[in-house]
Design a binder for this molecule. Structure first.
Ligand code: GRF
Length: 209
C-alpha cells in the first residue's frame, strides 16, 4: 500500500476532499501524515478528526529556507511517503527539496498553467479578460508553478464574476481533478516523458467543467 504525505498552509479543503474520496472509493492508500507550516492551519483539525497524524512545522522557527526544507524532508521521509501532495502549501520550496522528491511531488495550481503562475490568479485572470480559467495538477520541478502537467480543468469566466466568485468555481474544479490525478499516480498510470505526462492507458487529461 502506498503512503501519501500532504503539505498544507491553511483551510485544507483539497486535502479533505481527497481523503473523503479515498475513503468512499476505498483506495488502497495510507494517509501517513499532514504537515502545515502554521499550527493554526484549519486542515490540521480535519486530519486529527480522521486519525491522520498531523504536524505543524513552523517555518518561522528556521533561519532560512534550506533549514526549514531540511526539517520537512526529515519528517516526510520518516513518515515513509511514496507521494508528496502539495495542497495549498504557500511556501516556495528549495531545489534540494524538489530534487529529493523528484517524480513523486505534485501540486495543484488555481489557473490553467502556463497562464497565471504565482499568486492572485483569479484577480489576474479577470484583469486579463480571459473567458476560461481553471486549475492544473502538475509534477513539481524547480521553476515556480512549472513542471509536467498531469491534468487540467477549465471553467467559464462569467459576466459579473469577481475574484471570490471565480475562486469558488475554480475550487470546485480543483476538488474534482486532484483526486483523479492522485489515483492515477497510485495506480501507476503516469509516465513523465520530458515535459509531458502520459496517462496509460490513455484517457482525457482535460476536463471542461
Ligand atoms: C487552492 O486554491 C490551491 O489551488 C491553492 O491554494 C488553495 C488552497 O485551498 N494553491 P485549500 O487549502 O485546499 O482549501
Amino acid at each position: 500500500m502506498l503512503s501519501i504525505v500532504t503539505l498544507i498552509s491553511g483551510r485544507g479543503s483539497n486535502f479533505e476532499t481527497i481523503v473523503k474520496i479515498a475513503q468512499k472509493e476505498q483506495w488502497p492508500v495510507k494517509f501517513a501524515g499532514v504537515i502545515a507550516n502554521h499550527s493554526a492551519a484549519k486542515g490540521l483539525e480535519f486530519a486529527c478528526s480522521q486519525g491522520i497524524p498531523a504536524y505543524a512545522i513552523e517555518h518561522k522557527g528556521y533561519p532560512n529556507r534550506e533549514s526549514f526544507d531540511g526539517a520537512l524532508i526529515q519528517k516526510i521521509d520518516a513518515l515513509g511517503a511514496d507521494l508528496v501532495v502539495l495542497a495549498g502549501f504557500m511556501r516556495i520550496l528549495t531545489p534540494g527539496f524538489i530534487r529529493h522528491f523528484e517524480g513523486r511531488l505534485i501540486n495543484i495550481h488555481p489557473a490553467l498553467l502556463p497562464a497565471f503562475p504565482g499568486l492572485h490568479t483569479h484577480e489576474r485572470a479577470l484583469e486579463a479578460g480571459v473567458k476560461e480559467h481553471g486549475a492544473t495538477v502538475h509534477f513539481v520541478t524547480e521553476g515556480v508553478d512549472e513542471g509536467p502537467i498531469i491534468c487540467q480543468a477549465s471553467v467559464s469566466v462569467l459576466a459579473g464574476d469577481d475574484p471570490d466568485s471565480l475562486a469558488a468555481r475554480v475550487l470546485k474544479a480543483e476538488h474534482q481533478i486532484y483526486p483523479f490525478a492522485i489515483k492515477w499516480f497510485l495506480d501507476g498510470r503516469l509516465r513523465i516523458e520530458g515535459n509531458h505526462v502520459k496517462l496509460q492507458p490513455p484517457e482525457s487529461q482535460f476536463f471542461k467543467l
